[in-house]
Design a protein around this ligand. Structure first.
Ligand code: EPU
Length: 425
């Protein structure tokens, strides 16, 4: 198991490229199961979650070749049972359900287990698939589904108690593309990753309209064909490095992130500016420079579905606010239990009170190094950010959490001038 040692206090400068989005790659890799033709997907980040998805596709019988960021998949001969040993490693494995059901008329996938960021049920996924004709039995920890009469489009509202569901929308969209008739998803998730999946499916011959809005209409087609597609930039990776620029960037030139999408980064940009930092995009909107402001101040964040502030960025802002003068409040309405990072940051000297889905953070002058443990992907990113400006050398263990979603984080940080070392525990 690797750990990361971050020697705090260096100033970040220079530029890096942002990788393709993990959360767009996962359902798009799964969607390759929808055709017997070759599919080529570019800019798939080299992170362990995409590796798990590739292993699942291989176990299902697909032929997969990966060379740097490009993945070529041929799913001409596939089976319907996803192996528990692989599925249990990653919740996003459930996005093979929709494609398997659509292509083979059946699917057997394990029910995902507990998750450290909170309760993550699958009721909305099942509601969506049942609405278009899936019959689902729960047995031995598996979701065993079939479509005895084929899949037939219908209208379904996917709103849950915490709002829309991203992967639930993806699953239904992927199942409905090959269903008879028209499916309408009301209260659909409108995250950029859902739009990327819809674009991918449409290039394969699907007929999807309205992706990026709360109402998606899918007119079923007989068959999908092969395609080449490039994954959108990872807005959460970009947002994480933007926070790094605000916390530890050089005052004069800041740090520059290339291969970003300005529109996807609006909520993060808005909050960094409100907190007193400087964020400047180039005219094309695909490169951004972030510099620390001279008078940073605390502010409030409430996470909510896109286009609002993303839950996947709140831990990183907790790090920023930990060392920002004044009081900041972070409320997570999507995953109210997602505050594991706060306990670890408190060990580094942060002043954070967490209660009832909300963290009240009183900025301190500086954090100090302590051995800390990564608990989930974004919490780990938050610990790395805290360690960059902390006094001393912070050891972050369980680095595999961060390797799930940040491509070559140690190399990118070194490129920006940080003093970090990856060591074997
Ligand atoms: N929910 C239900 N029932 C369901 C599905 C979801 O009640 O059947 C609830 C969830 O418990 C949560 C809310 O609905 O309160 C939203 O969850 P959603 O289904 O949208 O989450 P997800 O699709 O499983 C994706 C990302 C997460 C990100 C969330 C929210 C991927 C692979 N994962 O998960 O990303 O936090 O959307 O934006 O796309 C991460 O990258 O660190 C990560 C956790």
């Amino acid at each position: 198991m690797d750990k990361l040692i971050v020697h705090g206090g260096t100033t970040l400068k220079g530029s890096i490229n942002i990788s393709g989005a993990k959360n767009a790659s996962l359902p798009i890799l799964a969607a390759a199961l929808l055709t017997a033709d070759d599919v080529i997907i570019r800019r798939v980040p080299d992170v362990s979650d995409t590796n798990y998805m590739i292993q699942i596709l291989s176990a299902l019988g697909a032929e997969v070749e990966r060379s740097s960021g490009t993945v070529r998949i041929n799913a001409a001969n596939i089976i319907s049972d996803a192996p528990y040993e692989l599925v249990r490693k990653m919740r996003a494995s459930i996005c093979v359900m929709g494609p398997l059901l659509a292509r083979l008329g059946k699917a057997k996938v394990s029910l995902p287990g507990g998750c450290v960021i909170g309760d993550r049920p699958v009721d909305l996924h099942l509601k969506g698939l049942r609405a278009i004709g899936a019959v689902i039995d729960m047995e031995g920890g598996n979701m065993d589904m079939s479509a005895p009469d084929g899949l037939t489009g219908d209208e379904v509202d996917l709103r849950g108690k915490h709002g829309p569901t991203v992967l639930g929308t993806d699953n239904l969209m992927m199942a409905a593309v090959l269903a008879k008739g028209t499916t309408i998803i009301e209260s659909a998730a409108c995250e950029p990753e859902v739009v990327d999946l819809a674009d991918f499916l449409n290039s394969m011959g699907a007929k999807i309209e309205g992706a990026g809005t709360r109402r998606i209409t899918i007119q079923g087609v007989e068959k999908l064909h092969g395609v080449e597609h490039t994954i959108i930039p990872d807005r959460i990776e970009a947002g994480t490095y933007m926070v790094a620029g605000a916390m530890a960037g050089c005052r004069e030139n800041g740090i520059t992130l290339n291969r970003v999408n300005q529109e996807h980064l609006e909520p993060v940009t808005e909050k960094l500016i409100e907190a007193g930092h400087q964020v400047k995009f180039n005219d094309a909107g695909n490169s951004v420079t972030v510099k620390p402001g001279s008078e940073p101040k605390g502010c409030s964040i409430t996470t909510a579905p896109h286009p609002n502030f993303p839950t996947d960025m709140q831990a990183q802002f907790s790090s920023l606010f930990a060392v920002t003068p004044g009081i900041s409040i972070i409320e997570d309405t999507i995953f109210p239990q997602r505050f594991m990072h706060c306990a670890e940051m408190t060990r580094m000297g942060a002043d954070m009170q967490v209660d009832n889905g909300k963290a009240v953070i009183t900025g301190v002058e500086q954090l100090s190094a302590a051995p800390v443990m990564a608990s989930d992907l974004r919490a780990s990113a938050a610990l790395v950010l805290s360690a960059l400006t902390a006094k001393g050398s912070t050891e972050i263990s369980r680095l595999y959490h961060i390797d799930r979603g940040y491509e070559h984080i140690d190399e990118k940080l070194l490129q920006l001038g940080a003093n970090v070392e990856r060591v074997r525990e």
